[in-house]
Every structure is written in structure tokens, then in C-alpha cells.
Design a protein around this ligand. Sequence first.
Ligand code: ACO
Length: 431
Amino acid sequence: MAKTASLKLDGKEYPLPIIEGTEGEKAIDTRTLRAVSGHIAYDQGYGNTGSCESQITFLDGDEGILRHRGYPIEQLANQSDFVETAYLVIYGELPSPAQRKEFGMRLRNNAAVEVQMQKILEGFPTTASPMAMLSALVSGLPAYHADLATNNFEQDLKNFDLAAAVAISKIRTFVAMIYRYQKGLPFIFPKQELPFCENFLHMMFSEPYKDYIAMPEVAKALNLVLLLHADHEQNCSTSTVRMVGSSAANLFASISAGICALSGPLHGGANVAVMQMLQSIHDEGDDGTRFIAAAKSGSKSNRLMGFGHAVYKNFDPRAKIIGKACDTVLKKLGIKDPLLNIAKNLEQAALKDDYFVSRKLYPNVDFYSGIIMRALGIPMNMFTTMFAIGRTPGYIANWREVAANPKGRIYRPRQIYVGPTKRDYVAIGKR
Ligand code: ACO
């Protein structure tokens, strides 16, 4: 028999259905609450609200578990690569060799960016924020791929495979172009024969007449960084993608909105903030004590960046993987980065400190990702755009769930109005 919860309100009882997920997560279905009782559920920031049913990613923040389509992130990180994981996240199953080849070919065939789009980029000041330029370029994609972006779910789903490949492949090319534009370097065309990460590094770092050939360790490390960001359940930017998509906005428009949400320092921008913090500790010859003390003040602007998570109240499993990879990658590349030691000391100090322990604040993925990216030669101001490349498969998979849901409705939360009650307008000279 289906379980129900019961809400007692002014002496009346309202039965509410219970929904249970495949991993045992339970929810009280409040969809009819307002209609039957005149009350809405209040949950500022949606911390305790399930906004959708999803088959993509399972996350247990108390246990530190992350799985994509059932596969543990640890296994994917060790055995898969970014493109295969992207396929898994988007299509729900690991690809057969033929599916992997076809998917790879679509990515390779859609890497180049239209010349007119280069001009859009060149219209920005070179000092512009890379995330601002990236979201603008992505929101411009419907202009060049109108057939893939009709703002009609049925039509856009018919062309989904191509639209997904365009988004993944071009967002990577945009990031390389933004990097080169800011450095005053000529754009480098993608090479069709190169795998995804090698092609990105080629577009970033090649010089005229001197191709950049990525060392296998470098390509592997980049694959890992992107793979670890591929999806992360209903985070701020992914929920944004779903919200925008729910209005039947096309895939590119929805991803562009997600990129804007990702740019904030409490979300994707945290990897930059972490590096700034570590650099400042290094420059001041401090051991991090000052930052820890300031973080404990409770002020939002003094938080220990890369620590804490809206959902993980345990180690972020991605932070464990990337923390270990930092050691391996830097050793292989022969790089001694003082910021890695500072990060490790800071982590140890925070993990012993009652403030962080009692609040269950552990390192998140951003705590170490910047150190690896720096070792790969990616400058700090580009870190969040790297996160965007990695997260694109998650955005795509979530947009598709919204578009393909026959019972879907536009995302439209309610609010509790606490402003002035009705009052009469007074003309400007009479106020
Ligand atoms: N440093 C110091 N104190 C912190 C930190 C931190 N990094 N994070 C949370 N706290 C404190 C809060 O002040 C609060 O203290 P209180 O109970 O005394 O008021 C308590 O811990 C709980 O914090 P919340 O604000 O409820 O945590 P929330 O879930 O809202 O925030 C967030 C999560 C935004 C990630 C937060 O931990 C943070 O700002 N971290 C630093 C930024 C960061 O690393 N962001 C990356 C997130 S991962 C990602 O996007 C890939």
C-alpha cells in the first residue's frame, strides 16, 4: 500500500503522499498542499525541497557518496575519461564501442567556431571576465544553430544529439579562444584528429608553427578534473538550467544561464577564491592561522574558501580523489608548488578545529582543483570556465530530463510576501 504522511492544520487532517527514490530517499509530496489547505511549503534556498525526480546523479552528503547513473565517482575517476562519463551522464548508460565512436565523432565535427562568433568575442574588452564572455558566447549559439534551438521541446529533442555535441565541443573551444584573446594571441583551430582534452590543450597552448603536444600525464589530469565536475545533482547552476529550460527555452540558452549561476564565488568561482587565499597566505609568509581565525568569525566574506558544502556534511568524495591526484600529477610533472603544502596544512588545521568539525565543514572539490589546473598551465582567471566545460554534460542531461518530461511544468516557486500591505499612490509633488 502506498505510504502517506499526514498534516494536521486547524483541526483538519491532510494526507500527503510519500515518494521514495531508488536509494531510499524519502519525500513528502506537497504538490497539492496549497490547493487543499491554502498553505504553501516554505523552504528558503530550497535546502529541503526536492524540485524534481531525476535519474542522473545520486548524492548522499552525509555518507560522502556520489554516483552517476549508479556508477561510483571513484570508479569513473579511476577507469573512465571525461568523454565517456559525459556520454554516461547524458544518455544514462556507458556507451558501446560504436556509440562511443559516434559520440566522439560528433564532438570532433563540432569543435570549430563560426568566424562571426570570433567577432563577438573580439567586441569584448580583453579585461572582461572570462565567465561573462563565455555565457555571452553560449547564449549566442542559437543565432548560429537556429535549427537546434527552436524553443519547442519536441523539435529541440529531435535534434538533441547534435545540440549536445555542439554545446560540449564549442564551450571547450570558446574557453581556449577566451584565453588566447585575453593574452593577445591568435586563435588556434581545433584539430579533428585529437582527442577532446588534447584538442583543448592544443587550442590553448600551441604557438604559430609549433603545435603543443600534450604529455599523457597532462591530458589524463585534465580528463580527471573535467570528469569530476561532470554533474552534481541539483546544485545552484544545474537547478538554474532546469528552471530556464522549464520555460521551453532551448538547450544553449539554458546552459548560458547555468554558466552565469556558476560564476559566483560561493559556487564555481570558489576555485579562484581558494587560489587567491592560498596565494595570499604564501605571499604573507603566514601559515593560514589568520585565515582560519577570520573564517571562524561567521562573516560570509571571510569564509575558508574550498571548505564546506551545501549538501556534503562529510568529505566531498571528489576532494579526496583530486587531493590524491594533486600529489601524483605534480610529482610526474616535476612541479613543486608551495600552495599544495599550504593547502595540506590548512586542511589539517581546519580538520582539527572544533569550529569546522562541529559544523561538518570539510574540503570540497574546489580546494585542490586549482592546484592541478595551475600545474597544467591554466591561469587562475580561467578556472571557473574549466568548471563550466566539465559541468556541461550535467547541464545537458538535466535540460533533457526537463524537456522530455511529459508531466513537466514551468518552474515557478511561490513566496511569502512580507512587504507593505495595500496603500494608495501619492503623486510626486504631494509626497
Ligand atoms: N568557512 C567558515 N565557515 C563556514 C564555511 C566556510 N567555508 N562554510 C560554512 N560555514 C559556516 C557558516 O557560517 C555557518 O555557521 P553558523 O552555523 O555558525 O551560522 C555554518 O558553517 C553552516 O553554513 P551554511 O551557510 O548553512 O552552509 P551552506 O550550506 O549554506 O553553504 C557553502 C555552503 C556556500 C558551500 C559554504 O560552505 C561556503 O561558502 N563555502 C566556501 C565557498 C566554497 O568553497 N564554495 C564551493 C562549493 S562546492 C562547488 O560549488 C563546486
